[in-house]
Design a binder for this molecule. Structure first.
Ligand code: CAA
Length: 240
């Protein structure tokens, strides 16, 4: 029987590539989205992958949504916590709202996504938790005190979950993408983005598929002994 994979933020950007790759690898995939109904409908029409709408920042909505996915598709074996937002501003201009929105979505959102599936994974003695962090959680970034805090926090989450899940057959790992050609990166002012690309030794942005392939590997049986790790995929922009 095919394994079931849940991808949050799975209808756009890196998440879209992850959903499609896991489907191609034989998983039954469910993708969540927060707001863009039109894009989600187009994604489902194109791929046949069912989408579910909830806000990952809301625990009750996440728990209810996940219960619905499991009722429709069976127990979730692979969870990819990918949903994330930016609210960039230099710290002196960052508002408490910008701080809170990013923490609630990118950090608490990971708790809200993994916590409801964790007991089932423990019972079934199998699980794959994959969190999409960021190069900016590793190195920090001008204008991203909020975002970098959440992405660094993701690494603490997976290192802790790895220790708790290991004996129950669950692995938890992070991927730190560098700058990938998605709407999120294209929203950076052109001038600023050019300077960023100039600092990437590969001389280009990454492609969403390059992250999706990392996810597919971590989800696979081949990666069973990789636990608590971080895969950096950033074109040599930064080394830990
Ligand atoms: N290092 C040092 N100084 C910098 C800087 C940097 N990286 N970026 C900007 N500055 C300086 C500017 O030179 C400028 O200085 P002066 O006033 O002396 O000229 C000053 O800071 C203000 O810069 P801006 O005019 O750009 O200020 P702004 O308020 O319009 O914008 C910003 C600030 C929102 C942070 C903008 O610079 C920006 O969007 N930067 C990109 C941040 C970024 O990389 N975000 C990543 C988004 S993609 C993502 O998050 C995915 C992922 O995981 C990688």
């Amino acid at each position: 029987m095919a394994r079931v994979a849940l991808v949050t933020g799975g209808s756009r950007g890196i998440g879209e590539a992850i959903s499609k790759k896991l489907q191609a690898d034989g998983y039954d995939v469910a993708a969540t989205y927060a707001g863009n109904d039109e894009k989600a409908a187009a994604f489902t029409a194109e791929t046949g992958i069912k989408t579910y709408k909830w806000n990952v920042a809301d625990y009750d909505a996440s728990a209810a949504g996940i219960a619905q996915v499991e009722a429709d598709m069976g127990p979730i074996d692979v969870v990819v916590a990918n949903a994330g937002i930016t609210r960039d501003a230099p710290f002196h201009r960052m508002t408490p709202e910008q701080w809170k929105e990013v923490i609630d979505t990118n950090l608490t959102g990971v708790f809200n996504t993994v916590h409801p599936v964790w007991p089932g994974m423990r019972e079934r003695k199998f699980g794959r938790v994959i969190v999409i962090s960021s190069i900016n959680g590793q190195k920090g970034q001008f204008g991203q005190v909020n975002y970098a805090a959440t992405k660094a926090g993701d690494l603490g989450i997976v290192k802790s979950l790895a220790q708790e899940g290991a004996r129950a057959g669950i692995t938890a790992n992070a991927i730190c993408p560098g700058y990938i050609a998605t709407e999120m990166v294209m929203a950076i002012p052109e001038e600023v983005r050019q300077k960023i690309v100039a600092g990437i030794p590969a001389g280009r942005l990454g492609e969403p598929d390059e992250i999706a392939r990392c996810v597919a590997f971590l989800a696979s049986d081949d990666a069973g002994f990789i636990n608590g790790s971080t895969i950096s995929a950033n074109g040599a922009q930064f080394f830990v």
